[in-house]
Every structure is written in structure tokens, then in C-alpha cells.
Design a protein around this ligand. Sequence first.
Ligand code: SF4
Length: 290
Amino acid sequence: MLKLREIEYNLVVQAVREASLKAAFELPADVHDALERARRVETHPRARRILDQLLENARLAAAERIPICQDTGLVVVFVEQGAEVWVVPPKDNPRATLADAINEGIAAAYEEGFLRKSVVAEPLGKRVNTTTNTPAIIHYEILAGDGLRISLMAKGGGCENKSQFRMFNPTASEEEVKNWIVDVVKSAGPNACPPFVVGVGMGGNFEQSCLLSKKALLRDIGSSHILPFYDRLENDLLEAVNAAGLGPQGLGGKTTALAVLIEIAPCHIASLPVAVNIECHAHRHAHLTL
Ligand code: SF4
């Protein structure tokens, strides 16, 4: 009989707690490097000043363990769970799940780090704050093996609000799709806190393209798409977006986005779904493997 690898529930709680705190205080290296690269090539004086301020803000946040932004985000989690691994629930709560462990870790981090709790229990009624910044939004993928990888992102509301979806006719040209993506980024404007990281999901169906646009944001800025066609498309889109002149904080300049990252999936012959998930410069993400 197959023996499952066991991971203690509390190990997951503590790992998620630490990753959530790290995400809130430390701008990931790929985002930091992208901001520095942008600062080197930016020629607009005000844009250069803003990029300097963003880098200084990141330095201070890490040094003093204070949040990079006051909006400490709704946590989105991607779990890659091996089919041969089991998170062992605590003895006093034998029905506790992996989701419980993840939410417990997030709640502990937001309490300990004095991070703003930004989650309301339901969307259109009284909108009462859950006071724990949970539940997180958790996506699961079951893989072969006995590994457990958890990636999380603290996603700000201002940029998330500017994300869009469109179902194209499958005969749409590359130009048509590109123009729409650039328009979405331009229309995101200053409220979404540029420079952006732009996640694009293409293919799948209605819901999968949106999920892919979020997942795309987890790829390291500066990495290349494995398919040459989409690698070229990412570069073309980044160039077009930055030529639009929105600039850091929407006050003009060459740096409207730090990256465009695309995830794709097969789709129906009659469909061409495209989703754009806008992420701000406070692109807080962390990854852990247990
Ligand atoms: S969009 Fe990003 S940088 Fe702007 S307030 Fe929200 S989390 Fe902060």
C-alpha cells in the first residue's frame, strides 16, 4: 500500500505565517530589480523621482519591518500538492484541512505584523470585516509525487479593480487582441498604482482565462516565456504599454509597466478568451516548498 508523506499541520501554519510577513515587508528581488532597471532607463524627471521613492519605500519597509503599502491585500494562494502527501491535522482538531492551515497562517501574520485586515464577509450586504484577513482565495493543483509548494500573493484592491475580461471572436487578429490589452492597461490609470505588472491569461474558457491571468503574475519578472511566439508577444505588449506614456503613478514617463506575463491554455475552436489582471508596483509574492 502507498505510504503518504506526512506534513505536520503546524508546519504549514508557521511557513504561511512567515511567507505572509515576508511578502508584506520585503519587495521580492525580481520586482526590486525591475524597478531598478526601469529607473536606469527612465528619462522623464518626475518618473525618475517616483521610481526613486518606490525603491526608497521598499528599502525602508524591509529595514523597519513595516508594510510596503497600507493596502496589505487579499491573499491569493496557489497550492501545488503532490498526490502522495498529507497534511496531518492537529489532535485537538482532526477535521482541520490544508485550507485551514493556510488561513490560520495568514491570520497570524496579519495580527502579528499589524497588517490591515482587508476582507469583508460578503460583498453587497453589510460588508462586515472578518477581522482576520481571511479567508484567502486558494487554488489547488494536484500533481504527481509527495511535494507541497505554496505560492502566495498579497493582492491590492486598487489594481485588482482595474482587471478585465473579454471573449474575442476566434478570428480576431493579434493586433486586435494586443490593442485591447494595451487599452485595458491604459484605462487602469493612476488609481491602480503604476508601474504595473500585467498578467494576461489567454485560452481555456471564461473562468480559466481569468485564473491564468492571476497565475501569470507568479512568474519571475525578467524570465522569458518558454514559447517564442508568446515571448515575442510579451515584449511587444510591454513596449506598446510603455509607449503609452502613463508612467509611474500615472504622472507621465516611459515606465507604465515592469512586465507583461502571459499564461496560455488550449481552448474551444469557437472561443478566444483573454483576461488581463492588473498588478501594482507593490507586487508582493512569496513561495515556499515543504
Ligand atoms: S494598488 Fe497596490 S500600491 Fe496601490 S494602494 Fe493598492 S496595494 Fe497599494
